[in-house]
Design a protein around this ligand. Structure first.
Ligand code: GLC
Length: 543
């Protein structure tokens, strides 16, 4: 059982992709409409964020029915048509499975609240709460109706953690996977899946908000193997990815090694915390290049040596746009966007493109808190005010860090609301849409560069299969690596800064071939000078 390593994933946040009804919310028919665009880009599989019935407290990550389509997004018939139509373009779907928790409006929780003990055992109820802090702020425990007991919610209080120790819970969740498999779905992204293994006896844990008490517990591996065996493991070409919160390399090797029959690959987030001050998200500081480079090298090499597999990404629906975080976008947006793209698309692992990344979309420039919708941002703002930050300071931090930065409507053209809707968008589009949109960018540099990277992965096993080794390890501005496969080698060099940098090129690459670069007229010699945010990949072949 293995998945195709030539494939590239494209993530769609359905609420913000394309609205066809005029209600200001993106929908499944909007995705159908855009399939030709996605085929033109060349991607293979679409990861779709949750579109199931949900009170939308956390934009769909609070699911109240795992086996239906939220009318906000369309109907089951639309879903089926979308899957079948996509296949005619060679595109498959990867669905988001939120199995650590469900909405408190799910019938399981409602029945539990009404006193049904069978369903009470679906949740994690205790007489006394522990000191764990919810990932969205405040205690991770809330009172369970008027029973005097508390239920665990590692996220919002409307997202109750499920009790995976209970075999009935596992059985129900595996049925959900099979329900969507039967509809032709070819992949799953498992939300915060490394948090599902809670101990029988829960204890206080003052370190790191309690994370060590419930993260990456050995039993998670057992649960994943059970799920694999009961569902997607029966298919040959299935692609699964686990979202791993605060995880380790050792665990991700175990989660993704083929012979362990757990998952195809893992997401980790360490590289997206290099601009956190003292590990805290709600702060503003420049990114730490040294940390970023070392993280990429440590993960890249360890996964390569142990046959683990990384999901490679810069952006998703939870992250501010990488362009704003890592690039001088005022002066080098195109160069930065293409360099960031090459730095992961040529690396070892499966690349993920988050909608809009392929046209170099930016964070919106919102003027006030009233523009924000995300529950985490609203909570964080309040907490910062409570901690005596001024409203202006708190807003500045929200502007830099909010998840809404990624969730603004896809910018299709320069028309009203970026061509996303004819109605009133649920979230305001970024102001940049007049210049940065699909129509104009298709004629620009970023979109064609992504097309080429996707094509290269399909053409060269060196890219899809090759090993990973760090290069220019000591550089303070260049992140570089070398891929090897049979007689071929690829050196990928990425300048992460706006200043030129000169490098000595090893002999074997001096007579090599420039596979791709974001600057024209590259001359290979014993010394090369990289331009601002230049990326350069050189192929060398043993004769
Ligand atoms: C994951 C999702 C995020 C969600 C959280 C709780 O981190 O990506 O959007 O809020 O899990 O489900």
């Amino acid at each position: 059982m293995t998945f195709d390593k030539k494939k590239v994933v494209y993530q769609i946040y359905p609420k913000s992709y394309k609205d066809t009804t005029g209600n200001g919310i993106g929908d499944l028919r909007g995705i159908i409409e855009k399939l030709p665009y996605l085929a033109e880009l060349g991607i293979d599989i679409i990861w779709l964020n949750p579109f199931y019935p949900s009170p939308q407290k956390d934009n769909g990550y609070d699911i109240s029915d795992y086996k239906a389509v939220n009318p906000l997004f369309g109907t089951m018939a639309d879903f089926e048509e979308m899957v079948v139509t996509a296949k005619t373009y060679g595109i498959d779907f990867m669905l988001d499975m939120v199995f650590n928790h469900c909405s408190t409006e799910h019938e399981w929780f409602q029945k539990a609240l009404a006193g049904d003990t069978y369903y009470q055992d679906f949740f994690i109820l205790r007489d006394q709460p522990t000191d764990w802090i919810s990932k969205f702020g405040g205690s991770a425990w809330s009172l369970f109706g008027d029973t005097g007991k508390y239920y665990l919610h590692l996220f919002d209080e409307s997202q109750a953690d499920l009790n995976w120790r209970n075999p009935h819970v596992r059985e129900e969740l595996f049925k959900v996977v099979n329900f969507w498999r039967d509809k032709g779905v070819k992949g799953f992204r498992f939300d915060v899946i490394n948090l599902i293994g809670k101990d029988e006896k829960l204890v206080n844990c003052p370190i790191d908000d309690g994370k060590p008490a419930y993260t990456d517990k050995p039993i998670v591996h057992d649960y994943l193997r059970m799920m694999n065996e009961a569902s997607f493991g029966q298919d040959d070409d299935f692609m699964t990815v686990g979202e791993m919160s605060s995880t380790t390399i050792e665990n991700c090797i175990l989660y993704s090694a083929e012979d362990r029959h757990e998952l195809s690959m893992t997401f980790n987030f360490h590289h997206l915390k290099v601009d956190y001050q003292d590990g805290q998200k709600w702060t503003i500081t420049d990114f730490d290049f040294e940390k970023l480079k070392n993280l990429f090298h440590n993960w890249g090499e360890a996964m390569s040596e142990s046959m683990g597999w990384n999901a490679l990404f810069w952006n998703n629906h939870d992250q501010p746009r990488a362009l704003n975080r890592f690039v001088d976008v005022k002066n080098f947006r195109q160069e930065g966007a293409t360099m960031l793209a090459a730095s992961i698309h040529l690396s070892r692992g499966t690349p993920y493109i988050y909608m809009g990344e392929e046209i170099g979309m930016l964070d919106p420039d919102y003027a006030s808190m009233s523009d924000y919708v995300d529950v985490e941002s609203l909570n964080a703002y309040q907490i910062m005010l409570d901690q005596d930050k001024s409203p202006a300071e708190a807003l500045e931090i929200i502007k830099t860090k909010s998840r809404d930065n990624a969730r603004t409507p896809m910018q299709w053209n320069a028309n009203n609301h970026a061509g996303f809707t004819t109605g009133r968008p649920w979230l305001k589009p970024g102001q940049s849409y007049k210049e940065i949109n699909v129509e104009s960018e298709k004629l620009g540099h970023i979109f064609p560069f992504y097309q080429k990277l996707i094509r290269l992965r399909k053409e060269l096993p060196l890219i899809s299969e090759g090993t990973y080794r760090a290069a220019y390890k000591d550089s303070d501005s260049v992140y570089a690596f070398e891929r090897s496969y049979q007689k071929q080698k690829l050196l990928v060099i990425n300048n992460f800064y706006a200043k030129e940098v000169s490098l000595d090129l090893p002999n074997c690459y001096q007579g090599g071939q420039v596979l791709i670069s974001n600057y024209d007229k590259v001359k290979l010699a014993d010394k090369i000078v990289l331009k601002p945010y230049q990326t350069l990949a050189i192929l060398s072949e043993d004769k």
